[in-house]
Design a protein around this ligand. Structure first.
Ligand code: 13P
Ligand code: SF4
Length: 391
């Protein structure tokens, strides 16, 4: 098979980018209409018992999340995966970069399975290793590389995490971006600069709102322009060099919808994820990771109104779980994360039943060198002080 290094590859690495979406699943994928899917998933899980550990990201569908042994945001799931060394199989209901991180954080004999290899992340695909290495060289040529600490959001491929590991950097998630940036800023003295990958919005929001860095000290590195589209002077003056990447789901929320809703709903609380654009975050009342969003709604008083800017599966689940609160979605249109949604009940049943038969399908395995270097950056993150953003 020839693999194509597409600039934007909304697929998990390792799947065939030339195949038609959804038909590359080898083996018998149960029909979505099969009325026994729930019973089949339950039976397969029961047969596997303690040998299998199913992790579910909060953006997963209800039909899948009901089978998760634990649910969480990326940070919590990374920690949970590392805490189950006894489980032979880790079935990751999430996206490719999360399954890679689970593989890195678990033992060599543990097998991580992603039920559908097409569950990738368009944001993670916006920073490719070759582009980042080219940027690193350009920073050296501009005479600033010695001052730069690379920080990558968890939502990146394992080879980008490895790049950060071998270049004195760290991984962060939306739960701990503030502490991770504080750590990075302390690494090279007062002139430290951070190269933040791949989400410009999380980088900008955290730097400006949590660390008090000026918006004018943040520049955007465009990998499709020579020298990132930045002059030597702009680089010299910058403290945050933000990679030009974004989340296609959170990037949709807009400030004018907030104005519109506030005009129509009295005492509205606006709660958004830090992957949203800066002007949206500025207009919000509360900002935090998916775990933070859930905790905020759980602690909210009955009768209060909330407009939530994050993935729709989670917002719908929160609305269902809290009928005493007025919960609405912040976008005018339906917007699920299409790649998170790739994991559906037929794929989960197929993955679990294959394990019962002793066949490991869709295993996610990071090569040993990448794994060792990525682990350095992930371990630096796990070793950060316990405080998470906006505790
Ligand atoms: P968290 O799980 O860190 O909140 O990130 C959200 C996200 O976009 C995951 O893909
Ligand atoms: Fe990637 Fe955004 Fe989907 Fe998360 S919600 S997996 S960042 S595209």
């Amino acid at each position: 098979m020839t693999t194509v290094d597409l600039p934007l590859l909304p697929l998990g690495r390792g799947s065939d980018p030339l195949s038609e979406r959804g038909v590359e699943c080898p083996g018998d994928l149960p029909a979505a209409s099969d009325p026994d899917l729930v019973a089949r998933a339950r039976a397969a899980k029961e047969k596997l018992g303690e040998r299998v550990f199913v992790l579910g990201h909060h953006y997963q569908r209800d039909e899948v999340i009901q089978f998760a042994d634990v649910t969480g945001d990326s940070f919590k799931l990374a920690r949970d995966a590392a805490a189950r060394p006894d489980a032979e199989y880790i079935v990751f209901c999430g996206v490719h970069f999360m399954a890679e991180s689970a593989d890195i954080l678990t033992g060599p004999e543990q097998k991580v399975v992603l039920p559908d290899l097409a569950a990738g992340c368009s944001m993670a695909d916006m920073a490719r290793l070759a582009q980042v290495e080219k940027a690193w060289e350009a920073l050296a040529a501009a005479g600033v590389q010695d001052q730069v600490v690379p920080v990558t959001y968890m939502n990146s491929s394992a080879d980008i995490k490895a790049f950060c590991g071998r270049n004195g950097g760290v991984v962060c998630t939306s739960s701990n971006a503030e502490v991770a940036l504080e750590w990075a800023m302390a690494q090279k003295g007062p002139d430290t600069k951070i190269l933040f990958l791949p989400d410009q919005h999380l980088g900008r929001n955290t730097a400006v709102l949590e660390l008090g860095i000026g918006l004018d000290e943040c520049v955007v590195w465009n990998p499709f322009k020579p020298n990132g589209g930045l002059s030597a002077e702009e680089l010299a003056n910058a403290r945050m060099i933000l990679w030009k990447g974004h989340c296609s789901v959170h990037g949709r929320f807009s400030a004018d919808v907030i104005d519109d809703l506030r005009a129509r709903v009295s005492d509205l609380n606006v709660l958004v994820h830090p992957e949203c654009q800066h002007e949206v975050v500025l207009k919000a009342d509360f900002v935090g990771s998916t775990e933070y969003i859930i905790n905020k709604i759980e602690a909210a008083a009955p009768g209060t109104s909330w407009a939530i800017g994050t993935e729709l599966n989670l917002v719908q689940r929160l609305a269902k779980a809290h009928p005493d609160k007025n919960i609405m979605f912040l976008d005018r249109n339906v917007c699920y994360c299409s790649t998170m949604n790739r994991i559906d009940l037929p794929h989960l049943v197929w993955a679990l039943e294959s394990l019962v038969e002793g066949v490991v399908v869709n295993r996610i395995e990071v090569d040993p060198k990448t794994e060792a270097e990525a682990l350095v950056a992930l371990q630096r993150m796990l070793d950060l002080p316990g405080r998470t953003s906006r505790d």
